[in-house]
Design a protein around this ligand. Structure first.
Ligand SMILES: Nc1ncnc2c1ncn2[C@@H]1O[C@H](COP(=O)(O)OP(=O)(O)OP(=O)(O)O)[C@@H](O)[C@H]1O
Length: 601
């Protein structure tokens, strides 16, 4: 509940105005029966036409005012709902950006989507309905019962009795609804996960002839959801018929007891009309409130789910000290040129060029027993290409993710530009790094939109030049060139095209470190070689880390790190490793059979 108040706080004025508008509506609704009673008791009985007209005009004015209150209330509620929905979605999204991969896994993508869209939608609706239909109930009950007592004490007590009965009924139904809606929300999550898996993996399902099994799984999740929805609807139907039954009993009682009271000369005929309308109004508001209240357990489940996200302490916290640009690590193009010349001072300059340093780094995933990486110690330097090679699952991608701080090291330290990555904000750290992930991912929009993710202000000429470096000249042959449409995830491009566009996007960004995680795997040997040649000139100012499976991709790297089951099996240039590192030799030999020489530069 606290969370709702937090999101409502900025809109206090709208809330107060809404409640006032609703009260105006309620007061008008209760005043009209009083005018009707007077019209009958005084005007009709004494055949006073001018009195009847006077009350008629008053009724019209009260109805118009109450109607205006209802309209204003509904409009303000809709406005409030849209605003808190937007704020909540932004808050959830911003929080999710702070999550590490492990934090994210705890919720799951399917659940994150359900929470952001469906759960917040339910919260929005519930807030609006509470303001519109639950908040006015005490006012309606109190005002209605006071007005009934003003007419006749016995009838006042009758109204109190019926109101209490309906409230007890509402409490019973609410408890039952709580369980049903909790289950419904969990089933919705499940349905979302199964649907996502089936839609994204549709080709795999077809290829393995698994349609029948998947159909069964889908049908089961749909059926479970449908059965639970039916229970919820049965509850609604039962509530509705019981409520109407109680209203009708109430009206019969008023007519019965009221008739006797009129016979005894305690009440007038017009008062029956007023009392009937009070009771209908009170019961109508209570029943509407009850409909909302039985939805509240569902909203409570949703609020809890949103709270779980907003209150989650991200595994990775931003450091505060800021990235200092060490004089030692700061490097200019002029210095780099000097590198190639005199021998004197070479070792000093080599130290100056340090961009990434791993110091005795070991890393274990939070739920794993074994270390994924053990005692890594190496340096990546500006102007140099460092390559990482190793078998599947040897920890190559994990190593890159530690630099980007998608995970935090378990032991040792990773520093970028001389500063421990834990001491700077993630934003500041990632500004220094350009990254091409293993799975090339493009956003829906145009090619230019995707490239501008790397540099917002890039001109078309700059984009074309970078596309040429990334060997993505095929863009110029597309009908719309840079404005060619990119489908969600880049599915309208081939694997190799997606990789080249992802590389181009990374190159658009000026960074101190470029990381290519298996980014050349879908390229043919010729394109791979041409790209690496062009890349060398383009990113000469920075350190480059290439993760690769193919030896010919890294053949000319200044330094090759060989990973074997998370440990460094060897570091050096190709020729050195061929001499000294058995693991590297094995990889090289196995690939030579596949004709690695054909692609080497
Ligand atoms: N989120 C995770 N939770 C637990 N273990 C993980 C997780 N991600 C990766 N691992 C494990 O960490 C190890 C290293 O994985 P990583 O993805 O770094 O390997 P890789 O060398 O990049 O493999 P590949 O070449 O196949 O991409 C693997 O044993 C993998 O099972």
């Amino acid at each position: 509940m606290k969370i709702i108040l937090k999101f409502l706080k900025p809109y206090r004025k709208i809330c107060v105005l809404t409640v006032l508008a609703m009260l105006l509506d309620v007061a008008g609704g209760l005043f009209v029966p009083r005018l009707t009673a007077d019209m009958i008791n005084i005007g009709v009985e004494s055949r006073n036409i001018s009195y009847i007209v006077e009350k008629g005009i008053a009724m019209v004015l009260v109805t118009v005012t109450a109607g205006a209150g209802a309209l204003l209330g509904s409009w303000l509620c809709a406005d409030l709902s849209a605003k808190i929905g937007k704020d909540m979605r932004n808050a959830v999204y911003e929080k999710s950006l702070q999550f590490s991969a492990h934090d994210f896994e705890q919720f799951g993508t399917g659940s994150m989507i359900t929470r952001t869209l469906n759960d917040i939608n339910i919260i929005q609706q519930s807030v609006v309905w509470c303001i519109q239909m639950v908040l006015p109930v005490p006012a309606v009950c109190v005002m209605g019962i006071v007005m009934a007592f003003a007419i006749d004490t016995v009838m006042g007590f009758l109204l109190i009795g019926v109101t209490a009965l309906i409230i007890v009924l509402a409490l019973f139904v609410t408890r039952r609804a709580s369980e049903i809606f909790g289950r419904l929300q969990r089933l919705l999550d499940r349905m979302n996960v199964v649907l996502r898996e089936n839609l994204t993996g549709v080709r795999v399902i077809r290829a393995f002839n698994k349609e029948k099994d998947e159909e069964k799984r889908m049908r089961k999740s749909f059926e479970d959801y449908a059965v639970t929805s039916v229970s919820a609807n049965l509850l609604f139907a039962g509530l509705e018929s019981t409520a109407f039954f109680v209203i009708n009993i109430c009206i019969v009682s008023i007519l019965w007891f009221g008739g006797n009271r009129i016979g005894a000369g305690k009440m007038e005929i017009g008062d029956i009309t007023a009392l009937t309308e009070y009771s209908i109004l009170i019961l109508f508001y209570i029943i509407m409130a009850q409909m909302v209240i039985i939805l509240l357990p569902r909203a409570r489940v949703c609020i809890r789910r949103i709270e779980e996200i907003l209150e989650k302490e991200p595994e990775i916290e931003d450091g505060k000290s800021g990235m200092k640009v060490h004089p030692e690590t700061e490097n200019t193009a002029a210095e780099l040129q000097l590198e190639t010349c005199p021998k004197a001072g070479q070792s000093v300059r080599a130290a100056n060029r340090e961009v990434v340093r791993f110091r005795d780094v070991s890393f274990k995933f939070p739920d794993a027993d074994e270390y994924a990486l053990t005692e890594l110690d190496f340096v990546c330097r500006r102007g140099e290409t460092t390559a990482v090679i190793g078998g599947t699952g040897s920890g190559k991608s994990t190593l890159a993710r530690l630099i980007l701080r998608f995970h935090d090291v378990s032991e040792g330290s990773v520093s970028v530009n001389g500063t421990d990555v834990r001491d700077v904000s993630q934003k500041e750290l990632r500004e220094k790094i350009s990254y091409v992930p293993q799975k090339a991912w493009l956003f829906s929009g145009t090619i230019a939109d995707n490239l501008r993710d790397g540099d917002e202000r890039a001109s078309e000429d700059q984009m074309r030049r970078i596309l040429s470096v990334a060997q993505a000249d095929f863009v110029s042959t597309l009908a719309n060139g840079l404005d060619a449409h990119v489908a969600q995830g880049g599915t309208n491009f081939s694997g190799g095209q997606k990789q080249r566009l992802s590389i181009a996007r990374a190159l658009m960004k000026k960074a101190d470190l470029y990381i290519f995680d298996d980014s050349f795997s879908a390229l043919d040997f010729k394109t791979d070689a041409a790209l690496r040649k062009a890349l060398k000139e383009e990113v000469a100012h920075a350190a480059v880390l290439i993760i690769a499976q193919r030896i010919n991709t890294i053949l000319n790297a200044d330094q090759i790190i060989v990973l074997d089951e998370g440990r460094i099996a060897g570091i050096g240039r190709h020729e050195e490793l061929m001499e000294s590192c058995g693991v590297y030799r094995e990889i090289a030999k196995s690939q030579m059979k596949g004709g690695m020489q054909s692609g080497g530069q």
